[in-house]
Write a protein that binds this ligand. Structure first.
Ligand code: IPE
Ligand code: IPE
Ligand code: MG
Length: 246
């Protein structure tokens, strides 16, 4: 049990929920604080949102923490953000372990500070065998890079005669994505009112429903989460067919 309670019943199944945690900077500005303070509060939100998802037994979660394009930001903002992420992993690892969470990192973390990498790698090793929840943090992640990486790996297999071109299908392609252990995204939530993907899970979100709450990420409360689920509940997912989903 956790502190988050609701009368709302979700009847539609959500296997994989994905979050674009946007608006930290604007939230900080509105509170007359530096952008980095927004990242601090934003990182503190992460564990709450994990708890929100648990209430609805959502097994797979993805969080966009840093994009391949975010390197365009000032160095000081970037290093502070990595510091807060490092603190998150250190502080919450026992909590995540207790809940049987497997941490997955999508993206190339090799350009990150060595201390951050070390903390992340320890969390990966520690949670490796868990399978109750999958907590995917997208860090230095870009969907286009991910698709190109998969294409290169598959091309190498063909070149070495380990597979034939005819064997390349969605199932095989999926095996070469960072999210190979996860199903497709059912619901994608982007906070802050922006309505775009910004290079996030393009392949995995082919049939996702999108919800764009107006609040900034640090203000993403349980009530806002419920309102997003209610919007999802009202959607008619058809996957190209003509009938309502079951
Ligand atoms: C999201 O908040 C966090 C990251 C992209 C790392 P932003 O930092 O993008 O906040 P805004 O969009 O400038 O308000
Ligand atoms: C997307 O947000 C990346 C993350 C939330 C980590 P951005 O704030 O970087 O996206 P744009 O630049 O507004 O599209
Ligand atoms: Mg932003």
């Amino acid at each position: 049990m956790n502190e988050f309670k609701t009368n709302f019943t979700l009847t539609k199944k959500i296997d994989h929920i994905a979050f674009i945690m946007d608006g930290n900077g604007r939230w900080a500005k509105a509170h007359n604080r530096p952008r980095t303070y927004g990242h601090k509060v934003g990182c503190d939100r992460l564990i709450d949102v994990f708890e929100y998802c648990k209430v609805f037994h959502i097994k797979y979660m993805s969080f966009y923490a840093f994009s391949t394009e975010n390197w365009k930001r000032p160095k000081s903002e970037i290093s502070q953000l990595f510091k807060y992420l490092e603190i998150f992993f250190k502080k919450e690892i026992d909590h995540l372990m207790r809940d049987g969470v497997k941490i997955i990192i999508s993206g190339d973390i090799s350009p990150l500070p060595s201390k951050t990498q070390k903390t992340i790698k320890e969390a990966l090793v520690k949670t490796h065998a868990n399978d109750k929840y999958f907590f995917n943090i997208c860090l230095n992640y870009g969907s286009r890079d991910e698709i190109i990486k998969a294409t290169k790996e598959i091309s190498a297999l063909v070149k070495d005669n380990r597979i034939s071109i005819d064997e390349i299908d969605n199932q095989l392609f999926n095996k070469h994505l960072y999210t190979s252990e996860m199903p497709d995204v059912d619901l994608l939530i982007r906070t802050s009112g922006e309505e775009r993907l910004s290079n996030f899970l393009l392949y995995q979100s082919a049939y996702a429903e999108f919800v764009f709450p107006k609040v900034h990420w640090p203000d993403f409360t349980f009530d806002v989460f419920i309102s997003c689920l209610q919007e999802f509940e009202g959607r008619n997912r058809r996957f190209g067919g003509i009938k309502n989903e079951k």
